[in-house]
Design a protein around this ligand. Structure first.
Ligand code: SF4
Length: 95
């Protein structure tokens, strides 16, 4: 089997997002840019985006459920974090 990059491995995952409820509650108006940039840099799925002008956008769809943002934020930008409802979220195909 040929070796795969991390991006290739992540690319075969399946997602069933909960379109009615985000399992992560993000304070998009949080004022500390330093805290926001930590999440932008750390999220392996690149779901935290700092738009030009400093506006934070976030989408839970594509979340890998790693919990990194929950730990890094310490209750600041990420107000609450829970796993998606059963049967929803990411389904890892490799690893
Ligand atoms: S749990 Fe992981 S993948 Fe999901 S938003 Fe947080 S850092 Fe990104």
């Amino acid at each position: 089997m040929a070796s795969m990059t991390v991006d290739n491995k992540l690319g075969v995952n399946r997602f069933l997002p909960d379109e009615k409820h985000s399992h992560i509650d993000v304070d998009k108006g949080y004022g500390d840019l330093k805290e926001i940039k930590r999440l932008v840099l750390a999220c392996p799925a690149h779901l935290y985006v700092l738009e030009p002008g400093g506006k934070l956008t976030f989408s839970h769809e594509g979340c890998l459920e790693c919990g990194t943002c929950r730990v890094l934020s310490g209750g600041k930008v990420v107000r609450s974090w829970e796993y998606p409802e059963g049967g929803m979220g990411v389904e890892y195909r490799i690893g």
